[in-house]
Write a new protein. Structure first.
Length: 295
């Protein structure tokens, strides 16, 4: 018999070797058959890497910087999350069925689990990567507040699971490398959270160019302001406060938590940092992909 705790926080379920939130795993058959349209734009990330931030930027670009239009719906309706499912809320795939293309579509799937049609239809893709240490910390807090995940355990236990890829969506290392390796054969813009923090206007400009839109310095400035951490933290249509507390409990830890680079220094011990760095070298050996853990 299941305990109450198991009902609230079911164990992850492996799909072709990738651990997923149970409800997401149950959707994967349907997700596999998803038909993308050539004009759809895919926003792909490992969790906690700046998905919501870049989604808001892109939606604002598509709506010519009109904040009113972007505030008509919460972010998860404007940019449906392909593999999302949870009790009592509409699944991503259901939302996408009724949304006419061109659509903005969010995913956290590693390359090997992405539905074939995105590759076949040659959809444009924007990938955002964030350094592993800040992702691990952000994910640890997110596991606590988003109850579709299993219990994270202590920080040390969670960090070990993160390094082993035993967290939802699997290995960060495989995810960032897998998408990096695809970037040249696909119409893909590969961005970094740290670059967005360092110079948001420069990165917004890159997105505008990638989308084939006319460059406009005023629009860039306006979007940078509307998507600053402070603005998005207050924006009910971007900060996930409209999700039922049974799924996300912001009193445990807010979704818009700190929004900085280098927060890992507040949680990693010296010993954890050394152990992590050593393992990181091994897992990232041979790739040209480089990250900054401070800016
Ligand atoms: S999710 O659940 O995977 O979709 O989360 P995701 O949106 O990818 O990442 C959440 C983290 O991004 C931070 N965030 C921002 N940082 C800077 N500027 C803006 N505008 C912004 N919006 C969201 C958010 O605070 C989470 O990071 P942490 O480190 O936990 O604060």
């Amino acid at each position: 018999m299941k305990t109450d705790e198991e009902e609230v926080r079911p164990p992850l379920v492996s799909i072709r070797g990738v651990p997923l939130i149970k409800y997401f795993a149950e959707m994967m058959e349907e997700v596999d058959g998803f038909q993308a349209h050539p004009d759809d734009l895919l926003i792909s990330t490992y969790p906690k890497s700046g998905t919501t931030w870049v989604s808001e930027v892109i939606d604002l670009i598509c709506k010519e910087g009109d904040p009113q239009k972007c505030r008509e719906d919460p972010i998860y309706l404007r940019v449906p999350f392909l593999e999302f499912a949870a009790p009592g809320v509409p699944a991503g795939i259901e939302l996408l069925k009724v949304l006419p293309p061109p659509r903005l579509i969010k995913t956290h799937l590693p390359v090997q689990l992405l539905p074939e049609s995105f590759w076949e239809k040659k959809c444009k893709m924007i990938y955002v990567a964030r350094n592993a240490k800040d992702v691990a910390v952000s994910y640890y807090y997110f596991y606590q507040m988003a109850k579709v995940h299993p219990e994270p355990g202590t920080w040390n236990e969670f960090l070990e699971k993160f390094m082993a890829g035993d967290v939802s969506f699997g290995s960060w290392y495989e995810h960032v490398k897998g998408w990096w390796d695809k970037r040249k054969e696909q119409r893909m813009l590969y961005l970094f959270y740290e670059d967005m923090k360092e110079d948001p206007q420069r990165e917004i400009q890159k997105v505008i160019e990638f989308l084939g839109r006319t460059p406009d310095p005023h629009l860039v400035e306006k979007i940078a302001h509307l998507t600053s951490f402070k603005e998005m933290q207050q924006n009910k249509m971007a900060n996930y406060t409209s999700i039922p507390t049974s799924i996300m409990d912001h009193t445990v830890s807010p979704f818009m938590r700190k929004g900085i680079t280098g927060d890992w220094k507040n949680l990693f011990t010296v010993a954890q940092n050394e152990h992590f760095d050593e393992d990181y070298k091994r897992q990232m050996e041979g790739t040209t992909l480089k990250f900054r853990t401070e800016i």
